[in-house]
Design a binder for this molecule. Structure first.
Ligand SMILES: Nc1ncnc2c1ncn2[C@@H]1O[C@H](COP(=O)(O)OP(=O)(O)OP(=O)(O)O)[C@@H](O)[C@H]1O
Ligand SMILES: [Mg+2]
Length: 230
């Protein structure tokens, strides 16, 4: 029987472990990088030590972070978020870079079918996989089977509906298909015309407390935080 001190050490070790949040979708342009950078900023604003790993060769997230670093030279009050470019070929090495952090947000390229062993390895390591999906037939056709496959492997995953418009019948239909396929995050992201504007300076909507459209990101962060146990 482990004694009380040993149990306490075991609990402390679990608490100290870096939580891994994998953002993955088979569909391009579904909102992986948008979601990644907003969650990075939320975590940093909450005072967590957070790192982004950019597995996409296009380095959308890493380039955003480089712009952010330049902006922070003049305005250091914006929360500090580290992002490193990494490769799916060396996903094990990439995961080792998360050791001294509390949360790692992993942004991935869309072509998951070409990298299944790496995505499986990252999925295994992940505390939660978020799968953004735009409410269109094309997205749902590929995301539905993808979510079922992830759940079949025993991974914890949740779809985040993006560019959602509750007033349309296609939204209700697509949402229904995805709810039947697996877990769906209770908060969706609406169409936000200005979402790309702060990105030009390496910022997000969350960096401006009065931005329109920050509530869904705050709610998704609260959901993620609870799901990964932070
Ligand atoms: N909720 C939204 N409202 C409006 N525009 C959005 C929304 N979410 C994402 N976009 C826009 O859609 C485009 C694709 O988003 P993003 O780059 O996050 O997708 P991605 O899944 O990372 O794409 P890729 O597969 O190419 O890496 C971007 O121009 C982004 O600004
Ligand atoms: Mg991207």
């Amino acid at each position: 029987m482990p004694d009380a001190a040993a149990r306490e050490r075991a609990v402390a070790a679990v608490d100290a472990r870096c939580r891994i949040l994998l953002i993955s979708s088979p569909k391009g342009g579904s909102g992986k990088s948008v979601l990644s950078r907003h969650l990075l900023v939320s975590a940093a604003q909450a005072g967590l030590k957070v790192i982004g790993l950019d597995f996409d060769r296009q380095q959308t997230l890493a380039k955003w972070a480089a712009r952010r670093a330049r902006t922070r030279e003049a305005f250091p009050d914006f929360a500090d978020t580290a992002v490193v470019p990494v490769s799916l070929q060396d996903w094990r090495g990439a995961l080792r870079r998360t050791d001294s952090y509390q949360l790692a947000v992993l942004d991935t390229p869309p072509s998951v079918e070409d990298h299944l062993p790496a995505i499986d390895g990252l999925g295994e390591a992940a505390d939660l996989i978020l799968v953004p999906a735009v409410c269109t037939q094309d997205d749902v056709e590929s995301v539905g089977p993808w979510v079922k496959a992830l759940a079949g492997k025993g991974f914890t995953c949740s779809v985040v509906l993006n560019r959602a418009n509750r007033r349309t019948t296609s939204y209700a239909r697509m949402r229904g298909v995805l709810v039947k396929a697996g877990s769906v995050c209770p908060t969706e992201l609406p169409q936000l015309e200005d979402i790309h504007v702060p990105s030009t300076k390496g910022l997000t909507l969350l960096d401006y407390s009065k931005s329109r459209g920050i509530e869904p990101f705050e709610e998704i962060w609260a959901y993620v935080r609870r799901e990964v146990g932070l």
